[in-house]
Design a protein around this ligand. Structure first.
Ligand SMILES: NC(=O)c1ccc[n+]([C@@H]2O[C@H](COP(=O)([O-])OP(=O)(O)OC[C@H]3O[C@@H](n4cnc5c(N)ncnc54)[C@H](OP(=O)(O)O)[C@@H]3O)[C@@H](O)[C@H]2O)c1
Length: 280
């Protein structure tokens, strides 16, 4: 029987879409999480913390393929370091990593850059940890998921006046499509850094905010704010975009339609309502 595939971050937005896809492909899956959880058919949960390394060796033991989806706003290079050190003696033959488009193009020079955009530097450092690990590897860079941008615009829309970094654009991609690609890569041969995966269209952040407000039948003034620093300039120049790799199919509008419907249609979302007064 094939060894189980370890999915770090298998409880997150991306990882929980990867797990059922690996199951559908016929693999047993092991999920590493910081919290104790009940497993299910073909899915085992192990408790561990990549930030400290606790429990990571046991999580990796007996696996040959690791899909590394665990991550956060900072410290991914440390988490990835603990994973690869546990992976080397365990006989991992393929480590698959998800990074972000622009990891190598957003300069994090000053304290301000680091405070706002340190995520990109951390992803690049983690990519290097993967490439230098001695393990066979594949890294995919994706643009921002719909879910993340939805969370951002929902938070911003709570403000009476919405400050939006001027000139910064996004190319949202469907997390399910990223999961499809990661699984395809995980089940193939190690391929190094593969072509980026980006969504079908580029939007100004203000445009994403406006479409969210419109879908909920609301209006708010938007205030463009110029963010200083080299990282922000790189983003204004499109460092986080990959227009030549706009291979994602599901659009922001389709995603939004599944989350927010117009007030005329009942103003209901699958998860939570658009912020605003409840209708009786
Ligand atoms: N979101 C995006 O737009 C986007 C775009 C490109 C690339 N990516 C990358 O894709 C990956 C997944 O993103 P996501 O949006 O799915 O993240 P997410 O929803 O925030 O989930 C983060 C996952 O990481 C796990 N995790 C965090 N810290 C951990 C630690 N110290 N030890 C073990 N597990 C830990 C969490 O597991 P527990 O809480 O269960 O421990 C959770 O499953 C990340 O590497 C991210 O950088 C994301």
């Amino acid at each position: 029987m094939a060894a189980p595939i370890l999915v770090t971050g298998g409880t997150g937005t991306l990882g929980r879409l990867v797990v059922p896809r690996l199951r559908d492909a016929g693999y047993e899956v092991r999920v590493l999480s910081r919290r104790r959880r009940e497993g299910g058919a073909g899915v085992e949960f192990v408790t561990g913390d990549l930030a400290t390394g606790e429990g990571v060796e046991a999580a990796v033991a007996g696996t040959e393929i690791v899909v590394h989806c665990a991550g956060g706003a900072k410290g991914d290079e440390v988490k990835t370091g603990h994973l690869v050190r546990a992976g080397s003696p365990a006989g991992v033959r393929h480590l698959v990593y998800i990074s972000v488009v622009g990891a190598d193009r957003v300069p994090v020079a000053s304290g301000l850059d680091r405070a706002i955009f340190g995520y990109f530097a951390s992803k690049l450092a983690a990519e290097r940890v993967v490439a230098d690990s001695g393990l066979p590897w594949t890294t995919l860079r994706a643009t921002q998921f719909h879910d993340l941008l939805f969370m951002v615009v929902r938070q911003l829309a709570r403000l009476p006046v919405i400050p939006v970094p001027a000139g910064i654009r996004f190319q949202p991609v469907d997390a399910g499509e990223v999961a499809d690609r990661l699984v395809e890569l995980a089940l193939g041969a190690p391929a190094g850094l593969v072509p980026d995966l980006a969504g079908p269209r580029v939007y100004e952040l203000a445009e994403l905010v406006r479409s969210y407000l419109r879908a909920g039948g609301r209006h708010r003034p938007i205030l463009p704010v110029r963010v200083p620093g080299k990282a922000a300039r790189a983003l204004r120049d499109g460092a986080n975009l990959a227009p030549d790799r706009a291979v994602g199919r599901r659009t922001w509008e389709e995603f939004l339609a599944g989350r927010v419907t117009s007030p005329a249609g009942g103003a209901r979302r699958r998860s939570r309502r658009v912020a605003g007064p409840r209708r009786s």
